[in-house]
Design a protein around this ligand. Sequence first.
Ligand code: GDP
Length: 297
Amino acid sequence: MFENLSERLSGVFDRLTKQGALSEDDVKTALREVRVALLEADVSLPVARAFIKRVQDRATGQAVTKSVTPGQQVVKIVHDALVETLTGDEDPGKLKIDNPPAPILMVGLQGGGKTTTTAKLAKRLAEREGKKVLMASLDVYRPAAMDQLAILGTQIGVDTLPIVPGQKPVDIARRAKQQATMGGYDVYMLDTAGRLHIDETLMQEVEDVRNVVTPRETLLVVDGLTGQVAVEVAEEFDAKIGISGVVLTRMDGDGRGGAALSMRAVTGKPIRFVGLGEKMEALETFEPDRIAGRILG
Ligand code: GDP
């Protein structure tokens, strides 16, 4: 779908004679192409600009390696800088779930993949870390969503909190906490209700739940294909609720993954996992290297 950036740059640099070091003009030409690639990958303009500026200083004056073209060399420098930007101090796959029962709050807009991701993550914690996990749906507006979580629970062999019609989200959260404590669970995951758009009622509801359970992790689940919108959603949730990490879903799609770079640069929040399909196994720990390669194409 997109032309490969390395090929595009090789074309540009074919005309240039090899010099001892990357000249300022070489770098500028290459970075113009890189900027286009970043924008095509849905990285926001301010983030792309700031990023390019940083890379420019680093690339200028670098000795040209014989085995690669100057274009490829700049791509390598950009790739490494992308990985650095996307890599934080934290280990993305390691959630703070000591001191059982540890509450994990799952938040996000409707349709972003929250319920699916809750179940995927529960399965992962149960199977890979041997945790005893309880899941509870707080979506009192959509009984189908509650049923969906229960069905997924049965499918993956993870317990769900029994559904009691008519309860408010905070009451369900209290009940989940109680059951998790009494039942000796390591983790309890709260799948909050989403809306099509962020509104006050949604935020207030999630805030109330947060205050009741004091989550160890608050994970925002967003559709990675929505690019800039995903970043705006993250900013709003972080401002109001405070998030500890992000799960980008639908990264199995056609998107180039630029949302990941903007997400990290704008919110400073780590991307913990990526969703790579509808199946329960389709959740992977975030890997900066893979996303960097994908952004550059
Ligand atoms: P929620 O409203 O946020 O709880 O969203 P759901 O979990 O119900 O997911 C909405 C749809 O997206 C479902 O059909 C899921 O199977 C699908 N979905 C969720 N995550 C992914 C993903 O990583 N890749 C793909 N292709 N589909 C996903």
